[in-house]
Design a protein around this ligand. Structure first.
Ligand code: ADP
Length: 323
């Protein structure tokens, strides 16, 4: 192993920079040449590949987004596109590739590594935490903390005006951001795709709350919940409980940005270091995660979108603590 490359792909997540930094500096420590690839697979196809030094990653551990930029690339779905990308890597004699991204990016890396002789390592970078083979993903902790901070602020207004707020958080088709932010802000209800919620039950509870004059109510809804998101939940509540002062708030993209938390920086640093370690040891075509605080390898073809089991006891806890 002499020359390795690193790229970020798919949706950006806070902590990706910390992971890039770890890959670059660990590679240089082992006397490898490290290349950065701009704009994910698109840059691989367009030969936007440049040598990186230790100072190329100075002052980025604390920054959100990704200095390598990220993109989605249609051509990479086709063999011809992947072949072109391979030829560009060959021009730089690259013999190892680290892909920081989500399950889509791993699908691409899996195909690429089957077709061509370039070992790939995937690192889970997504705020959604919806990937098998790891307890968390780079960006999740930051996104949850951002959501918590925002919901706390909304709670102040909810309290001042005795309002009911229905708040939508991100997560695509996973509900982890909703679950964690909802528990941490004392939400009465958490709606998420992993568990069906009957809106009727919520309405009944709201009416009961009103009878006992519990005036502040927060409902956190994952964007992928099958009821149809916060707008729809808010619409139903307004229709069925017109006496309540109900507002809807969609947190949106603030959840994707910002300085990574300490937890995400540590995870990203550890995984970036482990990626180079794995390439040096000849461990190929795996995604590296952390399970029970230990480095864990998952073959790229198993590093798929996964709904982890959510212990039903959490919903009991939510109910008891909000009552
Ligand atoms: P994420 O990695 O965040 O899940 P995407 O699903 O958009 O994001 O995937 C990122 C990129 O990975 C895509 O734009 C594409 O270039 C590549 N990719 C995704 N799925 C495949 C696939 N099945 N085959 C080849 N390339 C893929």
């Amino acid at each position: 192993l002499n020359n390795i490359a690193v790229l970020t792909s798919g949706g950006d997540a806070p902590g990706m920079n910390a992971a890039v930094r770890a890959v670059v500096r660990t590679g240089i420590y082992h006397q490898l040449n490290v290349y950065g690839i701009m704009y994910g697979y698109r840059g691989m196809l367009k030969n936007e590949i440049f040598p990186m030094e230790s100072k190329s990653v100075a002052n980025i551990i604390q920054r959100g987004g990704t200095i390598l930029k990220t993109a989605r690339c249609r051509e990479f779905y086709e063999y011809e596109g992947r072949k072109m990308a391979y030829e560009n890597l060959k021009k730089h004699n690259i013999d190892g590739l680290v892909v920081i991204g989500g399950d889509g990016s791993f699908n691409g890396a899996q195909k690429f590594s089957q077709e061509f002789d370039i070992p790939c390592i995937g690192l889970p970078g997504t705020i959604d935490k919806d990937i098998a083979g790891t307890d968390s993903t780079i960006g999740f902790d930051t996104a949850v903390n951002t959501a918590v901070e925002a919901i706390d602020k909304i709670r102040d207004t909810a309290d001042a005006h005795d309002r009911l707020f229905v708040i939508e958080v991100m997560g695509r088709d996973a509900g982890y951001i909703a679950l964690h932010s909802g528990i941490s802000t004392g939400a009465e209800h958490i709606l998420m795709p992993e568990r069906k919620t009957e809106v009727n039950d919520i309405i009944e509870e709201l009416q009961a709350n009103e009878r006992r004059r519990k005036l502040v109510n927060l409902i956190v809804v994952a964007e992928g919940d099958e009821t149809g998101g916060a707008q729809e939940v808010g619409r139903i509540i307004k229709e069925r409980c017109p006496q309540l002062d109900t507002r809807v708030s969609i947190l949106g993209h603030i959840q994707r940005g910002g300085a990574p938390t300490c937890t995400d920086r540590i995870l990203a640093s550890r995984l970036g270091y482990a990626a180079v370690d794995a390439l040096l040891e000849g461990i190929h075509n795996v995604m590296i995660g952390v399970v029970n605080d230990k480095i864990h390898y998952t073959p790229l073809d198993k590093a798929v979108k996964a709904k982890q089991e959510i212990d039903p006891e959490w919903f009991k806890i939510v109910k008891i603590l909000a009552s």
